[in-house]
Design a protein around this ligand. Structure first.
Ligand SMILES: C[S@@+](CC[C@H](N)C(=O)[O-])C[C@H]1O[C@@H](n2cnc3c(N)ncnc32)[C@H](O)[C@@H]1O
Length: 510
């Protein structure tokens, strides 16, 4: 007998899909939701869609469930050089400007296609770079392409397309950048394919920006025709996080119907012929900053709500000024002073940490420098400094501080891991591999280092080796609870990393 689903369960389920996946199905779109879930139900082993929804709504969605739902609920509509006016703006105005800043950028160009679908968008970017930048081989180019739907990513990785993906494009596109296969299929040429790195990332739940999944220090983010499915609150949050992901004066490109959501102090609107793009506003007013901050971290975590001066004033005046009377009093006093000093330093470091988590890298650097003036061998301060510099794309400085930390504490695996991430971003893959191996020599249980090694070898096409490293990471991750934050990970959760690795393992087997 057909089971009837209650409105309460349906609305709870729709809320879960929105919170955990960003996909927004209000009441008037319940029929789309039901249609998507009825095709997903078979994969979940249910004949009856209502029973499947009840089962899914009974506890928070697991990654495997999100993956299957994403394959049935996301919209895979995309094609090469979609909205050509945007590409014209990039080609005629933005890339020449970036090209002129080559020295300032230390020859690095980093672009993120967030919600890349089956790859047409990031490959279009790669093709455009190839056509427009004459000295491309002298640049260190990263095109990161991420999506929530692993089936789309797998298709993107294969790089084989039908005629429909080329609608409205000029002939030179297929002639120069694709190999014609049988049955009307076209395969992207290896030269372009190798320029794009595909990876799983759920914009609503996963961590960014961080050096550890390559989402830091971007010159440009394209997130087109993705945000329109999200709630206003999620859009605001993601757009703010993009702000911290972008380098100074970096560019955000969204779809034409998504622009009204961008009334944000973080960006200035720049009108190009028939295209509107957004540029990171490097200076935002304090009022705006405080307003926007409220959306990204709980108030209790903000250092504004408990400035150091309040903490210091909590110590009674009498205690601060009282003269020690005996020798024992003097010792107690000295200890107390030391503890107070430590407290102030810890607080300053914590403030720097908070600034870092908020993406306020200049402030992080100022505060950490203050910590280092007091405590010049503080290696934790040095690595925080290195990360803040790396997130601003200043890899020379990042490298320098990381090296200093290593000089002081040669046996600390986390410094070698950070060093490897910086080296990898500079394109020094062999040196990065060596550094990760050192980290693992010192700490054979360093799951994140195995993950990074898996990524590095995968990128170099060494799939067997990569699988071995990923499997080692999975074994180690088994010892964590799903929601445990991994050490040295900028907030990456153990369970999610394990799920991402499983997906990548599947992809490399495909
Ligand atoms: C309509 S396509 C846009 C593709 C491409 N950006 C373009 O404009 O042609 C939307 C993409 O967003 C992805 N998406 C939806 N929700 C997402 C999420 N929470 N995180 C990451 N990607 C998501 C979908 O899987 C889909 O591939």
């Amino acid at each position: 007998m057909k089971k009837k689903i209650s409105d309460d369960i349906l609305s709870k389920f729709s809320e879960m899909i929105s919170t955990q996946m960003g996909l927004y199905f209000p009441q008037e779109r319940y029929h789309d939701l039901m249609r998507g879930v009825s095709s997903a139900a078979k994969e979940f082993g249910f004949k009856n869609v209502e029973a499947c929804i009840e089962w899914l709504a009974s506890s928070p969605l697991k990654k495997e469930q999100i993956v299957i739902l994403a394959s049935h609920l996301t919209v895979g509509e995309t094609y090469f050089f979609r909205e050509p006016k945007v590409f014209e703006a990039l080609e005629n105005y933005i890339l020449p400007e970036i090209h002129l800043s080559k020295n300032e950028l230390e020859g690095r160009l980093r672009i993120w296609s967030a919600g890349c679908c089956t790859g047409e968008e990031p490959y279009s970017i790669a093709i455009m770079l190839k056509r427009v930048i004459p000295d491309l081989e002298d640049w260190q180019v990263t095109i990161l392409a991420t999506d929530i739907n692993p089936r789309f990513l797998q298709k993107a990785d294969e790089g084989v397309y039908r005629e429909w993906s080329f609608r409205g494009t000029p002939d030179w596109l297929k002639q120069n950048y694709f190999k014609k296969l049988d049955e009307g299929l076209y395969e992207i040429i290896p030269e372009i394919k190798h320029m794009v790195k595909f990876s799983y990332l759920n914009l609503v739940e996963d961590t960014f920006p961080t050096l550890f999944n390559d989402t830091n220090a971007m010159n440009m983010i394209l997130c087109r025709n993705v945000l329109m499915y999200f709630t206003q609150k999620q859009i605001r949050k993601i757009i703010e996080r993009y702000y911290y992901t972008l380098l100074e004066s970096g560019w955000l490109v969204v779809g034409p119907s998504e622009t009204s959501n961008l009334f944000s102090p973080h960006y200035r609107t720049v009108n190009f012929p028939d295209a509107v793009l957004y540029q990171k506003n490097d200076v935002i007013s304090t009022t705006h900053f405080q307003e926007s901050v409220i959306n990204i971290v709980p108030e209790s975590d903000l250092f504004y709500t408990s400035p150091i001066k309040d903490k210091i004033s909590e110590i009674p005046l009498d205690d601060k000024e009282k003269e020690p009377e005996t020798e024992i009093d003097a010792i107690i006093e000295e200890e107390k002073e030391k503890a107070e000093e430590k407290e102030t330093e810890r607080t300053l470091f914590e403030e720097a940490m908070t600034c870092y988590q908020l993406g306020y890298y200049d402030d992080t650097i100022d505060k950490v420098m203050d910590v280092l003036t007091e405590e010049k061998d503080n290696v934790n301060a040095m690595t925080l400094l290195a990360k803040a510099f790396a997130n601003q794309g200043k890899l020379v400085e990042a490298m320098e501080w990381c090296k200093r930390a290593i000089e002081i504490d040669k046996l600390n695996p986390k410094f070698y891991h950070l060093y490897a991430a910086i080296l990898e971003e500079q394109g020094h893959f062999d040196a990065a591999t060596q550094s990760l191996k050192k980290a693992l020599y010192m700490d054979p249980n360093f799951a994140l280092a195995y993950f990074q090694l898996g990524n590095l070898t995968r990128q170099q096409g060494k799939l067997d080796e990569s699988k071995k490293y990923f499997n080692n990471a999975l074994i180690l991750l088994d010892d964590y609870k799903h929601d445990d934050i991994l050490p040295e990970s900028d907030g990456i959760v153990a369970g999610r990393l394990a799920e991402i690795i499983r997906l990548m393992n599947k992809e490399s087997l495909a």
